[in-house]
Design a protein around this ligand. Structure first.
Ligand code: AMP
Length: 295
């Protein structure tokens, strides 16, 4: 496994790879868990070459957010990626990605970037769009892998990749969960034991909403109220939002029919935890999977 910290060194190596082989890229901010590794395995299965980027992107953190404190463990990350059969790791410094004088941003407009995570984290999606655009032009992958965990990020990436005609295919992997249902996240490390237990309320709220839909409820407001009530029953959780939206546009639904995304964010202790269930257009559900215990 080769490690590159500069764009020039990476480009020299990339010149030996041809797109016809299939080049899968998994962008991450490091502190890897089984959710990231599921994307790496997917990329490994679908491509001759796999490159993973590790870059804690300052542009996507707000001034009051945890950029400096974001958990990092590069030696462990590299060992996990080596074991997963990754060909190359790209881990640039912030100065390599954003040298003095850097003055460009990829900014989307409209409800997709203004609602929910866009409202909770102003500027976040411009930071994501800017870094993913740069990673696509630097890495020149054929496939780029994202987790359904960040469902609005998936919709945003699909939007600007189409709008800018970036020649990459977006592949989305299901949410990986702990055996008790908690969605894996690098920020789960911040949870004290009682908070870790309380965090299960997100999964419970989504499951309750899904059961209501299975029982014939179609009123989006009733589904939102169901999720809000479950989260309110957990004293250690504070709801940011519970919504039912179109998974591509993030427009709120009035009548819930597939495709629909149940999107939930709640603060439990320090972190704001994200979770969602996707009701696909074909009527099947993506509620995530239990991550393999060995990872
Ligand atoms: P991050 O390092 O948090 O930026 O995440 C890198 C990628 O891993 C993103 O595409 C995330 O959506 C994805 N990811 C994070 N957590 C999970 C999870 N529990 N299951 C699947 N993918 C995930």
């Amino acid at each position: 496994m080769d490690i590159y910290t500069t764009i020039a060194a990476w480009r020299a190596a990339r010149a030996d790879w041809t797109a016809a082989e299939g080049i899968g890229c998994v962008p991450t901010m490091g502190y890897l868990h089984a959710g990231h590794l599921s994307l790496v395995h997917l990329a490994r299965a679908q491509n001759r070459r796999v490159v993973v980027s590790i870059f804690v992107n300052p542009l996507q953190f707000g001034p009051a957010e945890d950029f400096a404190a974001y958990p990092r463990d590069t030696p462990r990350d590299l060992a996990l990626l080596e074991a997963a059969g990754v060909d190359a790791v790209f881990m640039p410094s912030p100065a390599e990605m954003y040298p003095p004088g850097f003055a460009t941003s990829v900014t989307l407009h409209g409800p997709l970037v203004e609602r929910l995570e866009g409202a909770r984290r102003p500027g976040h999606f411009a930071g994501v769009a800017t870094v993913v655009t740069k990673l696509c032009t630097i890495m020149q992958p054929t496939q780029v892998y994202f987790g359904q965990k960040d469902a609005q990020q998936v919709a945003v990436v699909r939007r600007f990749v189409a709008d800018l005609n970036l020649p990459v295919q977006i592949v989305v992997g299901s949410i990986m969960r702990e055996p008790d249902g908690l969605a894996l996240s690098s920020r789960n490390v911040y949870l004290a034991p009682a908070q870790r237990q309380a965090a299960l309320v997100l999964h419970r709220a989504l499951a309750t909403a899904r059961a209501a839909l299975a029982n014939g409820e179609q009123d989006a407001e009733a589904i939102r109220a169901t999720m809000r009530a479950v989260v309110a029953s957990e004293p250690l959780a504070t709801l940011d939002y519970a919504d039912v939206v179109d998974p591509a546009t993030f427009a709120p639904l009035v009548v819930v029919q597939p495709p629909a995304l149940l999107a939930l964010v709640a603060q439990v202790g320090p972190p704001h935890l994200l979770d969602n269930y996707l009701w696909r257009a074909d009527g099947t559900w993506d509620v995530g999977e239990t991550a393999p215990a060995t990872e």
